[in-house]
Design a protein around this ligand. Structure first.
Ligand code: MG
Length: 211
């Protein structure tokens, strides 16, 4: 495991509070009822274009983003580190892993959160605002000459696992984020861990051959 591509939301940070708030701003804007956190986790999927096509068929995604992005930027809801994330990033840094972020969240939000939480320096590049990770990931591998057998993608949603599969790299699912365990299991990740401390424990236990 020399190169790690991390998903952002639900994998390294808990940004559900502002994301739910901004999503509800969109839903209210179009006359739909707001969702609570659990309902949002049940309904939301990536690519988000498909999620909105289900809820608001025919509404232009650029138009939705004109509501979503300012609501996300203006939200005072907290974004916090996933408790086990910092120790895992430090472990990867000590092991000289090359680290990247591949996120669908708005770039301005991801970069601001990374700076606020002191995470920016861990990553060679943060790719954010990516509408479909399946279509972007191979380009990232090529651009940075990341050898697929040495590269993993870690994420909290089926879409992250599908992106890894599209690029022919190993997928690791964490259960700290948006999708419920039985939902992300549908995508058949190579490994599923409760959180990143369990992944570190697997690596410490010499199960690195898994990767
Ligand atoms: Mg995520």
């Amino acid at each position: 495991m020399r190169n790690v591509i991390f998903d952002w939301s639900g994998t390294l940070v808990d940004d559900l509070p502002p994301v739910v708030e901004a999503t509800n701003a969109v839903l209210r804007h179009y006359g739909l009822a707001a969702m609570d956190r659990t309902r949002f986790r049940r309904e939301f999927s990536l690519p988000f274009t498909a999620f909105y096509e289900r809820l608001l068929p025919g509404v232009d995604i650029e138009e939705l983003e004109l509501v979503f992005r300012p609501a996300m930027a203006a939200s005072l809801e907290p974004v916090t580190l996933i408790p086990q994330a910092l120790a895992f990033l430090e472990r990867c840094a000590r092991a000289r892993c090359r680290m990247f972020v591949l996120s669908a969240a708005p770039p301005e939000a991801v970069h601001a959160q990374a700076a606020d939480l002191g995470l920016s320096h861990f990553f060679e590049v943060i790719y954010a605002g990516v509408r479909d990770k399946r279509h972007r990931i191979a380009g990232i591998l090529a651009e940075h000459q990341l050898h697929p057998p040495d590269t993993v993608m870690i994420g909290d949603m089926r879409h992250d696992v599908h992106a890894a599969q599209a690029a022919g790299i190993r997928s690791i699912a964490v259960l700290t984020g948006y999708e419920f365990p039985e939902v992300i299991a549908e995508s058949r990740p190579d490994i599923t861990v409760a959180d990143l401390s369990h992944l570190a424990a697997l690596l410490e236990a010499g199960r690195a051959e898994l990767f």
